[in-house]
Design a protein around this ligand. Structure first.
Ligand code: FMN
Length: 221
């Protein structure tokens, strides 16, 4: 089937009232720190039926400063930072080892909201990473045990064999260690909240960490 991509793109809208509720956002009433607002917006995205609100784009840079991005799952957000888990020897793991700095972006279209987070990234203590993996599903353990992430794969059969073994091991050994699986924490020095508006007067509120605490500022959309 041939697709006219440009025509298709022109037919699509963002902030379609049929699927999007654009709540008002009063930045003057926003809390002094970004974490409570993130928690509130996250809970509101869940309540509004946003599919997979806990997935986010994770941007890193390689040794030459060139950008890279992929989706990962948010494992937590608290005073220690926004956390996610992956293999230390994946492409992103290598990039984070070389340049321990990243950006995250969440998009919750049912509410017309975007949240961007930037800051330095560090690995959590290994025991915390293990506990985090133990608390997840058998499938998550099987995926971690399959390993090899970001290396070139010879064939889909090779993956099927490794995955079968990993699922079996995850089933019989729910505490199986996965040495390269690492919990990372991004400690933000900037968090931006974007609330879409039907008249395109989008509200952008940025929190910037300074020595004396968080500074809040509005940004032109
Ligand atoms: C919805 C979704 C969730 C994902 N969650 C994770 C995750 O939490 N950790 C992870 O390592 N990869 C996750 N992935 C796979 C990554 O997007 C990516 O393909 C993989 O981590 C390899 O990235 P890299 O080569 O840049 O290291 C997820 C993919 C999708 C589509």
């Amino acid at each position: 089937m041939d697709v006219d991509l440009h025509e298709l793109l022109r037919s699509l809208r963002v902030w379609d009232p049929a699927v999007t509720d654009l709540p008002p956002f009063d930045p003057d009433a926003a809390p002094a720190e970004p974490l409570p607002l993130f928690a509130r917006w996250f809970a509101e995205a869940v309540a509004a039926g946003q599919p997979e609100p806990h997935t986010m784009a994770l941007a890193t840079a390689d040794a030459g400063g060139l950008p890279d991005v992929r989706i990962v799952m948010l494992h937590g957000a608290d005073a220690d930072g926004w956390s996610f888990a992956t293999h230390a020897h994946s492409r992103k793991g290598d990039q984070l080892a070389g340049r321990p700095y990243a950006a995250l972006s969440f998009y919750w279209p049912v509410l017309g909201r975007q949240v961007r987070v930037r800051g330095p990234v560090g690995a959590a203590p290994a025991e915390e990473g293990r506990a985090d993996l133990r608390a997840r599903s058998t499938g998550a353990l099987a995926a971690a045990l399959t390993g090899g992430q970001s290396a070139v794969l010879g064939s889909v059969e090779e993956l099927a064999r490794a995955s079968e073994e990993a699922w079996e091991r995850a089933r019989v050994e729910p505490d199986a260690p996965v040495p390269s699986w690492t919990l990372y924490r991004l400690l933000p020095d900037e968090v931006e909240f974007f609330q879409g508006d039907a008249r395109r007067r989008h509200v952008r509120l940025r929190y910037r960490r300074e020595e004396r605490g968080w500074v809040r500022e509005l940004l032109w959309p």
